[in-house]
Design a protein around this ligand. Structure first.
Ligand SMILES: Nc1nc2c(c(=O)[nH]1)N[C@H]1C(S)=C(S)[C@@H](COP(=O)(O)O)O[C@H]1N2
Ligand SMILES: [Mo]
Length: 404
């Protein structure tokens, strides 16, 4: 396994590339962001979500949905101003001073916590990747409704907060409780299935009690050592490592313990998949992150110099396990070779990898692929499973490049 740091190995390979007289093919290409002229520009946003625009890709305006430019990947922790933003109703204006968190339902003692009270409880810092379950949606055929995420509906940060289990213990959870509903302070109108219903709803998702009690699930008030930015849930959000992003409820306002499973909008109409049971499709909420790898460089349709040595670089991640191997194919999936995993594994985070590609002398189109396997033996599938509707998109991606 690699003992070099990622930066060392990048410097190494860049130097080798340079000595060979090849062009610096590994330099990040900021495709979509620079093409739209957005790079480095100040922008005003209706929700005030992000004041300076550090090269993120705008996928929706009002409410703002922003994509991390995955082709620029170079930092294990995604800077706060580049971390992707997924919001359904926009950023509510909240203040730590007046913020209250209610804990109710199937509990012995109802609670209402203020921000200072939460800050006084013992804290924990966890590193966790968030991936929107619609990340890579552009790959789906036929095209699906919803945000047109390419590769950057995913980012990784260090979060500090209080374990949810500490708060649950304080409230005394009833033996009958099976799920924990997390509710945000943001709300808006949905007009499905009927133009008048369900009407105004808040963002809410439930977690099985078993997961909610795990020590890594926290009520976070810091992101990468800073106060949570407004777009990422200020003043307090849930972080549910190992689950797709929709579980990590932002702008947390209420926790409800329930004695029967919750079937709210964001785990039935959205963020749910079909699971076949006894030959019958059964709708279940999206939960655990599936094993996945992505190639950051080269970028889609990049031109790669013939006979050069190109450093393929990317990241791999999975839900409740660790990445064991990443394989790469440079011929559209006929042959596979092992990539080098970099740094040390961090549970619930992504793992960077690289592969030195001896670029052939024959010019033409080449299809690059990567495929990850995790420590539970889950392998990234080649084919898309349509029962997953428009979510949980982890099948192998093809990056087509032009060798010249
Ligand atoms: N209150 C609230 N929480 C939310 C959402 C939301 O719209 N409202 N979006 C969810 C979804 S779908 C994702 S992918 C993550 C994204 O977190 P981020 O914007 O900090 O990247 O937040 C989740 N938590
Ligand atoms: Mo999401």
């Amino acid at each position: 396994m690699a003992t070099r740091t990622w930066r060392e190995s990048q410097r190494d390979l860049d130097r080798r590339l340079f000595l060979k007289g090849a062009t610096l093919a590994a330099v990040p290409i900021v495709g979509a962001a620079s093409a739209s002229g957005a790079l480095g520009q100040e922008r005003s946003s209706p929700s005030g979500a992000k004041s300076s625009f550090a090269g993120v890709i705008r996928r929706q305006v009002n409410p703002d949905n922003l994509e991390f430019p995955f082709q620029t990947l170079d930092s294990f922790l995604t800077p706060n101003d580049q971390f992707y933003v997924r919001t359904h109703f926009g950023t509510p204006e909240l203040e730590a001073k007046s913020w209250r968190l209610a804990v109710e339902g199937a509990v012995d003692n109802k609670l209402e916590l203020g921000f200072d009270e939460l800050r006084q409880m013992e804290s924990r810092t966890v590193t966790a990747l968030l991936e929107c379950s619609g990340n890579s949606r552009v790959l789906l055929t036929p095209p699906q409704l919803g945000i047109r995420w390419e590769q950057g509906g995913v980012s990784n940060a260090k979060w500090t907060g209080v374990p949810l289990s500490t708060v649950l213990k304080r409230a005394g959870v009833s033996e009958k409780a099976v799920e924990v509903i997390l509710e945000g302070a943001d709300e808006g109108e949905f007009k499905e299935p009927n133009p008048k219903s369900p009407g105004k709803i808040s963002y809410a998702r439930s977690l099985p009690l078993e997961k909610a009690k795990q020590p890594e699930v926290i009520l976070a008030y810091q992101m990468n050592g800073e106060d949570l930015p407004p777009a990422h849930g200020y003043p307090v959000r849930a972080i549910v490592p190992g689950h797709y992003g929709m579980a990590s409820v932002k702008w947390l306002k209420r926790i409800v313990l329930t004695e029967r499973p919750f079937h709210g909008y964001f785990q039935t109409f959205m963020y749910s998949i079909w699971q076949r049971r006894d030959g019958l499709p059964d709708l279940v909420p999206v939960s655990e992150i599936q094993v996945k790898s992505q190639i950051a460089r080269p970028a889609f349709h990049e031109i790669v110099p013939a006979k050069s040595k190109y450093r393929l670089f990317g990241a791999a991640w999975t839900g409740e396990a660790d990445i064991e191997t990443v394989e790469v194919s440079t011929d559209g999936g006929t042959h596979w070779a092992k990539a080098q995993l970099l740094e040390k594994p961090v549970h619930h985070a992504w793992r960077f990898w690289e592969y030195a590609w001896e670029v052939p002398s024959r010019s033409g189109r080449y299809t690059l692929m990567s495929r990850a396997t995790d420590s539970r033996g889950n392998v990234q599938p080649i084919e898309r499973d349509d029962d997953r509707r428009d979510a949980m998109i982890n099948h192998v991606q093809s990056i087509e490049v032009e060798v010249k």
